[in-house]
Design a binder for this molecule. Sequence first.
Ligand SMILES: Cc1cc2nc3c(=O)[nH]c(=O)nc-3n(C[C@H](O)[C@H](O)[C@H](O)COP(=O)(O)OP(=O)(O)OC[C@H]3O[C@@H](n4cnc5c(N)ncnc54)[C@H](O)[C@@H]3O)c2cc1C
Length: 416
Amino acid sequence: MEADVIVIGAGLAGLQAARRLQDEGLRVVVLERDDAVGGRMRTDRFDGFQLDRGFQVLNPAYSSVRKWVDAKSLDLQHFEVGVKLRDARGISTLAHPLRHPGLLPQTLGSGYLRPGELIALARWLGPTLLRESVSLRATRDTSLARSFDRAGITGPLRRNVLDTFLAGVLADADGTSSANFTRILLRAFAFGSPGLPRDGMQALPEQLASSLHERPLTDHDVTGIHDHGNGVTVDTSAGTFRAQRVVVATDPVGAADLTDITAPRMKGLSTWWFSADTPPASDGFILMDASRPGGGAAGPVLHAAVVSNVAPSYAPSGRHLIEATTLLGGAPTSESEVRADLERMYATSTASWELITRHDVPHALPEQRPPLLDRKPQRISDRVFVAGDHRDTASINGALMSGDRAARAITGLIRG
Ligand SMILES: Cc1cc2nc3c(=O)[nH]c(=O)nc-3n(C[C@H](O)[C@H](O)[C@H](O)COP(=O)(O)OP(=O)(O)OC[C@H]3O[C@@H](n4cnc5c(N)ncnc54)[C@H](O)[C@@H]3O)c2cc1C
């Protein structure tokens, strides 16, 4: 089969690259190893439940989502913007003051907000809230932990809220991630209202794929790329394909196998999906634990949520879906540890809850160490390009941006 461009991988980066190339009038063939599109954004259906392969949320404030995704037709079901915290005193609420002005008294009375630390956080994040790219160019990047220390963000807000929340978002419990990347993420949380599509997270890649003239070819595992100077051939488990150019939009480890790029270290997350007849809470907040003496989570669960409170489409009528997220990669976490955490956090027994499944994703996110390089080279040669979240930021936004950038590099080359 002959195409102008072959895109390898039908994750977000590959699908956005294919769409952009198609819009520029090129014939594009997408080859995908798995049995469906989505990559790290897949949704399983089981017994009336929708289970994303690893709990994640879509933030409509991402610039790529605003530009290229029809968020309205995904019918996002939104989480509350803020968190609830369990500590020895009970449950506290910290809610976005503009989104939930009615919760301001609870937020201020939570005991987690000290004026000095709030001012330090405002200084640390404020410039990025106002002018993201300008402020990030002007800010020398360092690790998150060091950056917080230097800024004086060292009080209860850091110890009990930020460190645990960010460990779950970045899959990083040590604060070694880029401070500037974290600023970008927190900016998106400040302006956006993350949610879950009615049909699960896979609905996003499905939407991107639906606008392609040629449906991605699934069950096509690419085993080799050969650059002949006047074209490329791509070997797959289902035969050989020819094209003028190729975009390697696999996961980072796959890209390192097919090209000579070096894969970044990958970080892992586990999601524990429980069903319950009675929900342990009635709100749409993420719940975190802050009951360790000295601050932070006392056990392995970084956050939990009654997903079906936010997204009723994720559970059958009369049943409830709860997620708990833990880090993957260190000492293994047992189900009894997770249940013990959830029992303390929700102050209820989990004996009648059923563990539906656990999704272990060892390669959930590429490590994003400082300095933040969100425009990593994507051109391997005049014919071979690489795209994916590892070439931009480790996020949905980074994957989409990188796919688009690879496609524009190719069309720029063709036009001369
Ligand atoms: C548990 C979890 C939680 C997350 N939470 C968030 C979040 O809340 N917010 C956020 O912004 N981001 C989050 N992310 C990150 C986000 O999902 C990813 O950054 C994004 O989906 C990556 O897209 P991609 O196209 O770069 O790569 P991938 O999705 O990995 O796509 C690569 C594709 O290439 C295919 N492939 C690989 N090798 C081959 C081959 N040899 N031949 C053919 N095909 C191949 C794969 O099957 C896959 O379909 C999370 C990720 C996980 C796993």
